[in-house]
Each structure stands twice: as structure tokens, then as C-alpha cells.
Ligand binder design. Structure first.
Ligand SMILES: [Ca+2]
Ligand SMILES: [Ca+2]
Length: 112
């Protein structure tokens, strides 16, 4: 999924930010942005994390995840380098209320 990054104040978009390296090979470091929405009564927005271009702000990769709407997926994010040695930066996304950390590999062809 590619396009303009989304801004949803109710989603706590930007609660966590991390530089993950140059995901789309344009020479500019890119960002991983967490949106760990949690509203225990009305979980309207899913917990998400986005990879966005550091040069244009365009959405490069999007993750809807979390086992439960209340697990705060994206409350903690980090670049972890190129763990699988494929030349693309990899990253971690935490879900503190599920006690999980998801390791995501950057994927060729996913980026704009
Ligand atoms: Ca880049
Ligand atoms: Ca990699």
C-alpha cells in the first residue's frame, strides 16, 4: 500500500517514532510511526504502524495488527538494522498490553 500518510488524532498517530534507515533506497532515511489507539470501551481505530518516506512523508508500508484492539500495537517501535541481511532495513513493533514484540522484515517491492 502506498500513498499519503494518514493523520488521525484519535489514533495517537506518532506516539512512537523510529528512524529505520533507507527503506525505499532513495538515499533518505525513513520513519516507522506507531498509532497505538486504545479505547477500552470503543476501539474505533485499529492499532497500526506505518513506514513513511523521510523525504516526502508518503506512506510506504502499513501494518494493521495486534491480537486485540486494546493491545496498543505500535506503542513502541524501533529500527533494528538489517537483521536478515537482505539489504533492506528491518524493524520491531511492540504490543505492550499483549506482551508481544513483532519483528518485521523490510520487503523488496513493498516500497514506493
Ligand atoms: Ca528513503
Ligand atoms: Ca532486512
Amino acid at each position: 500500500m502506498c500513498g499519503k500518510s494518514r493523520v488521525r488524532p484519535e489514533a495517537y498517530y506518532g506516539w512512537a517514532l523510529a528512524s529505520i534507515g533507507d527503506a525505499n533506497a532513495d538515499g533518505i532515511p525513513d520513519l516507522l510511526i506507531g498509532a497505538p489507539t486504545y479505547n477500552f470501551e470503543f476501539p474505533i481505530y485499529p492499532n497500526t504502524a506505518d513506514v513513511v518516506s523521510g523525504s516526502t512523508g508518503a506512506l510506504l508500508q502499513h501494518f494493521d495488527a495486534g491480537l486485540y484492539p486494546q493491545d496498543s500495537y505500535g506503542k513502541a517501535v524501533a529500527g533494528v538494522g538489517d537483521v536478515n541481511l537482505d539489504g533492506l532495513p528491518d524493524f520491531a513493533i511492540g504490543s505492550p498490553y499483549s506482551s508481544l514484540v513483532e519483528l518485521r522484515a523490510g520487503e523488496a517491492g513493498k516500497y514506493c
